[in-house]
Design a protein around this ligand. Structure first.
Ligand SMILES: C[S@@+](CC[C@H](N)C(=O)[O-])C[C@H]1O[C@@H](n2cnc3c(N)ncnc32)[C@H](O)[C@@H]1O
Length: 337
């Protein structure tokens, strides 16, 4: 025995089978506790997507803030683990894509049918006679109640979330950030900002009355966001005088708006807003195209931007969680204090 041991030692270290099994067991138990403690940790990941890395909208890790109200961590955008989780739930529940066909216990109604019901029957139960003023009515037109305005601008409403996540991640949005949207329409995108930001931190200039109606009469009340007191102002000539003149914006964005405006008006807006953008860290994002700039010619555009203290930083796209879609965004910053 002593001889064989010393021979073995001369060749190398000998580990007997029971010792090997025991070590493997100890290692397995250790790893089990290590991984279960890591997976139950709700602490924010520090490996967030870097600012401006917008090539991958479904960010791994993601960034966010501690939300003292909900007692947890609120990520700014959908993380890979969120997508993995929802996929696992779809698989676990054996779900498949299905047509919206009439099924037992479910009675699909088109918007048009719902609208007709509202007009004919005022809904299933409604106040009449003496009791008719016995409730808090925010008179909302039937068209808004059946969400026709979600189709107003021809883009799937669901895409608003993608735009929010892209912009929020790009500027490392915080609840105390100040945001201005030009042409917020029916709040397809703005709603997500309003929900995330502190009260009074979302501002918008919008010219269309029906869109403003849908914002005030349907979206804000129905989403429980009236307490967020967004400042949404009717106007079409880039007049920002109704907004607090001392506000310094962290993000100013125009989603599918500047392409509908005369170039001259876009420049008026930029001229008025440049000094209200937070120097260096603040961003202006413009979607679809910047023909107001390219039509001037590259050099002329750069000169004009420079005279306003603005600088063009580049072009981005973002991914969509729900469909095969992206928008092109152009990023600007203020390069002078
Ligand atoms: C295609 S919609 C986009 C709405 C919203 N930004 C979105 O992404 O869902 C364009 C919006 O810009 C608004 N708009 C166009 N010109 C405007 C102007 N001069 N001032 C303010 N809003 C304007 C329109 O009324 C409309 O609501």
């Amino acid at each position: 025995m002593a001889l064989s041991a010393s021979r073995a030692m001369s060749k190398g270290v000998v580990v007997t089978v029971p010792v090997l099994v025991l070590s493997a067991l100890v290692a397995a138990v250790f790893l089990f506790f290590l991984f279960s403690s890591l997976s139950s940790c709700s602490c924010p990941s520090t490996s967030g997507t870097p600012v401006n890395d917008v090539s991958n909208a479904v960010s791994v890790g993601g960034t966010g803030v501690s939300d003292s109200n909900s007692g947890g961590f609120t990520p700014l955008s959908t993380r890979k683990e969120d997508v993995d989780w929802v996929k696992s739930q779809i698989i676990a529940n054996g779900l498949h894509m299905q047509d919206n066909v009439l099924r037992k216990g479910i009675n699909p109604r088109t918007r048009a049918q719902q609208l007709e019901d509202l007009r004919q029957f005022k809904g299933i139960s409604h106040y009449e006679g003496d009791g008719s003023d016995n409730h808090t009515a925010l008179p909302c037109p039937g068209e808004l109640l059946v969400e026709e305005h979600h189709s107003n601008y021809g883009e799937p409403w669901a895409g608003g979330r993608d735009v929010f996540e892209f912009l929020a991640q790009s500027v490392q949005l915080r609840p105390d950030s100040q945001v201005l949207e030009i042409g917020c329409g029916t709040l397809r995108v703005g709603l997500h900002f309003i929900r995330y930001l502190n009260p009074e931190h979302f501002n918008c200039l919008e010219r269309d009355e029906l869109s403003l109606m849908s914002a005030f009469r349907y979206e804000l009340p129905s989403q429980g966001l009236l307490h967020k007191r967004p400042l949404i102002v009717k106007g079409e000539d880039m007049d920002f005088s109704k907004f607090d003149s001392s506000t310094v914006y962290d993000l100013i964005y125009a989603s599918a708006v500047f392409l509908h405006m005369p170039d001259k008006l876009v420049w008026v807006g930029l001229e008025r807003l440049a000094s209200k953008l937070r120097p260096y860290d603040g961003r202006i994002f413009v979607s679809h195209n910047i023909k107001f700039c390219s039509r001037l010619g590259g050099d002329e555009c750069t000169k004009r931007l420079t005279s306003l203290g603005l600088e063009y930083l580049g072009k981005h796209t973002h991914d969509s969680l729900l469909f095969n879609h992206y928008e092109i965004w152009f990023e600007f910053r203020r390069n002078k204090a």
